[in-house]
Ligand binder design. Structure first.
Ligand code: ZN
Length: 391
């Protein structure tokens, strides 16, 4: 037996409620039993939660683990060994904020994922896609692909290395020389990428801002839309029609705005203006329409400290229960592990957090992990424990 949690309020993220006085048994890295008090034998590894909240570990569906600096020009000069060491620090900090799973949207590759899988570094479960694919003139820090042959070659290589998804640049962006409303890749190229990623049992994630870029992507089979600040009513219908996911990234815009965007060009700073407002409006529109929304942050370098701010930002337009679903059960669907992570249910991986307070009443309890996050367990392994084990 790995551990027994007693006397806890279990956060049922699906129903958005707390279940009082429950006991959870963890065995072989998984949740073996969820029951009432008294049904479970005492163990050397019993943790009395004293009425604290026991909740599933968080899932961030849009991170850049390898972008350990917000200064991209400086980062491209790093030797790969140094970049890897910096990425391990970024990942460790994510886990210590309570993120037990992250989906990397550009940069992380097979070697880093293998080191995580083998437990060589302290890190969240890591779903990686390899380099971002962009057409000539597209986004920064990408692998350039023009035409279906180059796309197929790149995607076959990345899928063969174990990529979970393929990210395409489908419009301009804040830190890109392409205009926000410029389109990346043709219909033929996008359909080819979707087909080729599907051959490897992966899917395409699309970086897109405008409704035009989002809607063509959804029509042609892109499964997750990243950012999507300027979606319209047609986008909403297409999300539903194609069972696609929306991953807004408000924290990234917020961090850049707050920090004065020191590393950005004047052109990028212009693009950044209004991004938080349009992002919030898009989130509100998607939320009201019942689109499946993932929790994403899209942070770089020192801005990673804003990773939990996404909760605060979304709370301006969403209920805590809905934000929590984005960061748990919906995230689990996005990374292809529904029922395995993101909820406290028998058979799931024991990715668990113990927090002070009730995040359903006040989501901000999650944003101060130093004070409120008392225990982190990942796959049954204790990462942090301020409560100790009783007898
Ligand atoms: Zn990103």
């Amino acid at each position: 037996m790995d551990a027994v949690f007693t006397n806890g309020n279990i956060l049922d993220v699906r129903e958005g409620r707390l279940l009082a006085g429950r006991t959870v048994v963890v065995r072989d890295g998984r949740i073996a039993e969820v029951g009432d008090a008294g049904t479970v034998p005492a163990s050397q590894r019993t943790i009395d939660l004293g009425g604290r909240t026991l909740m599933p570990g968080l899932i961030d569906s849009h991170v850049h683990a390898t972008q350990a600096s917000a200064d991209f020009a400086e980062m491209t000069s790093w030797p790969s060994s140094y970049a890897t060491v910096r990425a391990t620090g970024v990942l460790r900090d994510m886990l210590r904020r309570g993120f037990t799973t992250v989906r990397d949207l550009g940069g992380a590759e097979a070697g880093l994922a293998r080191a995580v899988r083998e437990g060589l570094i302290e890190a969240p479960r890591l779903m990686f896609g390899g380099p971002i694919l962009a057409p000539t003139g597209g986004h920064v820090l990408t692998r350039v692909c023009d035409g279906t042959t180059e796309l197929r070659r790149a995607i076959r290589e990345q899928m063969a290395q174990g990529a979970h998804h393929i990210k395409l640049t489908l419009s301009g962006g804040v830190v890109s020389s392409m205009a926000i409303d410029a389109l990346g890749f043709s219909e033929e190229e996008i359909r080819t990428a979707v087909e080729e990623a599907g051959f490897g049992k992966g899917y395409v994630a699309g970086h897109a801002y405008t409704a035009e870029a989002v809607n063509r992507a959804l029509r042609w089979g892109v499964r997750t839309i990243e950012h999507g600040n300027l979606i319209d009513d047609e986008s909403i219908a297409l999300f539903h029609e194609h069972d696609a996911y929306y991953v807004p990234t408000l924290a990234g815009f917020h961090a850049l705005t707050e920090s004065g965007a020191a590393h950005l060009s004047d052109q990028s700073r212009d693009k950044l203006r209004d991004m938080l407002d349009t992002g919030l409006r898009a989130l509100e529109r998607a939320d009201r329409a019942g689109v499946r929304i993932g929790y994403g942050t899209d942070l770089h370098g020192e801005h990673h400290s804003y990773q939990l701010e996404e909760f605060t930002l979304r709370a301006k337009v969403q209920k805590p229960a809905d934000i929590l679903r984005s960061a748990t059960v919906v995230g689990a669907e996005i990374v292809g592990l529904p029922g395995e992570i993101g909820e406290i249910t028998e058979g799931a991986h024991a990715d668990l957090l113990v927090v002070e307070g009730n995040p359903l009443d006040d989501i901000s309890v999650l944003t101060a992990p130093d004070q409120n996050l008392r225990l982190i367990m990942q796959g049954g392994h204790v990462v942090k424990n301020e409560l100790g084990f009783g007898a």
